[in-house]
Design a protein around this ligand. Structure first.
Ligand code: B12
Length: 212
């Protein structure tokens, strides 16, 4: 594993310029994109979350670190492209109502796109009726929902209910994820799949659609 000390410090301080430069340095030095993502970027965001939980930093610092991480992620995007791929299916994705966290959702979108899925991203704070309206319009193969707050997780079963009411639940595979979400929760709310990270999300999506 590479040394991510400099990168981690730059993200923690929210120094976009330094973090982007260091990400590029690591790429140039031969560090793998997956290694940089998992052990550099995501590991640092987890530390940022812990510092926030302990009251050592506040929302503005957390936001600045998040923006910094997003900029670094852009440099990694080309490495997650699986090459010559035809569309594997349509994925409608969004962060649920009341929730503004989008880093994880964006990573899932990026990896899925790299694997050949067509992504339609509704952004953050997406209400059940918005998911349903768009799903009726574009008829996706998969609907992906992200939630990072325990208080916004109930919007997931609410969206599934709304799909049922609209009569389209059985036409779509529902996948859910986000730090507080678990496989057990997915089963409980009768989602079709759960994945703990973006790489597993791609594997799960292919499995659900029975493709390789
Ligand atoms: C960055 C951040 C923010 C940023 C978000 C910026 C942005 N653009 O996303 C800002 C500053 C806005 C923010 C705000 C808040 N936050 Co915040 N935040 C975080 C932090 C530090 C990192 C989240 C993150 O991006 N992680 C990195 C990504 C890559 O991981 P991930 O999201 O889990 O995604 C991966 C998997 O979960 C999965 N996945 C994710 N989505 C999906 C979807 C599908 C379909 C699938 C299959 C998989 C999947 O794949 C992803 C990639 O591997 C976390 C701490 C943490 N450890 O999670 C707190 C955290 C989530 N926040 C927290 C809180 C409390 C808040 C606030 C309420 C704070 C406040 N007092 O205002 C607000 C809420 C605002 C709102 N309404 O949403 C708490 C939540 C506690 C809880 N369990 O409810 C946490 C855990 C911090 C803590 N330890 O207390 N936050």
């Amino acid at each position: 594993m590479s040394d991510f000390g400099t990168l981690s410090e730059a993200i923690t301080k929210g120094n976009i310029q330094a973090a982007v430069a260091e990400t590029q340095n690591l790429i140039n030095a031969g560090s793998g994109a997956q290694d940089i993502l998992e052990n550099g970027l995501i590991a640092t965001m987890n530390e940022v979350g812990d510092r926030f939980a302990k009251g050592l930093i506040f929302v503005p610092q957390m936001l600045r670190s998040a923006k910094t991480m997003q900029e670094c992620t852009k440099l990694l995007q080309p490495f997650f492209q699986e090459g010559d791929v035809t569309s594997k299916g349509k994925v409608l994705i969004g962060t649920v109502k009341g929730d503004l966290h989008d880093i994880g959702k964006n990573l899932v979108s990026m990896m899925m796109e790299g694997a050949g899925f067509t992504i339609i991203d509704l952004g953050v704070d997406v209400a059940p009726e918005q998911f349903v309206q768009k799903a009726k319009e574009i008829e996706p193969d998969i609907l992906g929902m992200s939630a990072l707050l325990s208080t916004t997780m109930p919007a997931m079963p609410q969206t599934i209910e709304a799909l049922k009411t609209a009569g389209i639940r059985d036409k779509i595979k529902v996948m859910i994820g986000g730090a507080p979400v678990t496989d057990k929760y997915a089963q409980q709310i009768e989602a079709d799949g759960y994945a703990s990270d973006a790489g597993s999300a791609v594997i799960k999506a292919k499995k659900l659609l029975d493709i390789s």
